[in-house]
Design a binder for this molecule. Structure first.
Ligand code: SF4
Length: 212
């Protein structure tokens, strides 16, 4: 009995030490990405950060930082980890998904159940310009009315995808495409919120045409 308790005790200590080490590694990964915009072993860092996503977020909040930093780091790690696979997909087989919040508040676009929001090209926001450029590159563009549509269109088209969203939504999307095995890149909104948001158009277009 005493031997069994000793074994259990040692196992608990080893497990606790492993958890602490991995937590420290997750924090270290955050610092490296935020401070140097680099990622050491992005796949492994992302794996560890996924395991400790909520505890690390709470830790950041506890020391007075915006916990969204953890979503940002996770998205940047996912982008780095997926870049090679993404670039191996021909440009015309890539797809762009934009969030509906990029639209003007006076947007006249209509919602289509199959294809999402259909831009009327009024020019009140940057979406019309982005669509026009993508059309020349034979890249499909969807304006998503929400997460359910985004998941459905990703699974329907199964193409390499560039997604635009706020960091929490990009993180959720990055986890979804990883499970689905679809190479993706996330572009964060420059101004977040639920209406009249903005994104760096050049950043999207640069990614869409990026090759090895
Ligand atoms: S350009 Fe398209 S998406 Fe933007 S406000 Fe006009 S119709 Fe809506």
């Amino acid at each position: 009995m005493l031997i069994l308790l000793d074994v259990i005790g040692r196992a608990v200590v080893i497990l606790a030490a492993a958890v602490i080490l991995l937590m420290m590694f997750a924090l270290f990964s955050c610092v490296i990405v935020l401070r140097y915009n680099r990622a050491l072993f992005p796949d492994f860092s992302l794996f560890v950060l996924n395991i400790f996503h909520e505890p690390v977020k709470r830790l950041f909040a506890l020391i007075g930082y915006d916990s969204e930093i953890v979503d940002r780091v996770s998205v940047e790690l996912a982008n780095k980890a997926n870049m090679r696979d993404f670039m191996s997909v021909p440009v015309s087989e890539r797809m762009l998904i934009l969030p509906q919040c990029l639209r003007s508040v006076h947007c006249p676009a209509k919602l289509d159940a199959e294809n999402g929001i259909i831009c009327a090209g009024c020019g009140r926001c940057d979406i019309a310009k982005i669509i026009a450029i993508c059309r020349k590159l034979h890249i499909e563009v969807y304006i998503s009315p929400g997460g359910t549509f985004t998941k459905r269109i990703i699974m329907r088209r199964k193409k390499a995808v560039v997604g635009v969203a706020c960091y929490p939504n990009l993180y959720e999307g990055a986890m979804y495409v990883k499970i689905a095995g679809i190479p993706a890149q996330g572009v964060p909104l420059k101004s977040a919120g639920c209406v009249g948001t903005h994104v760096e158009c050049d950043e999207i277009l640069k990614l869409l045409v990026m090759r090895r």
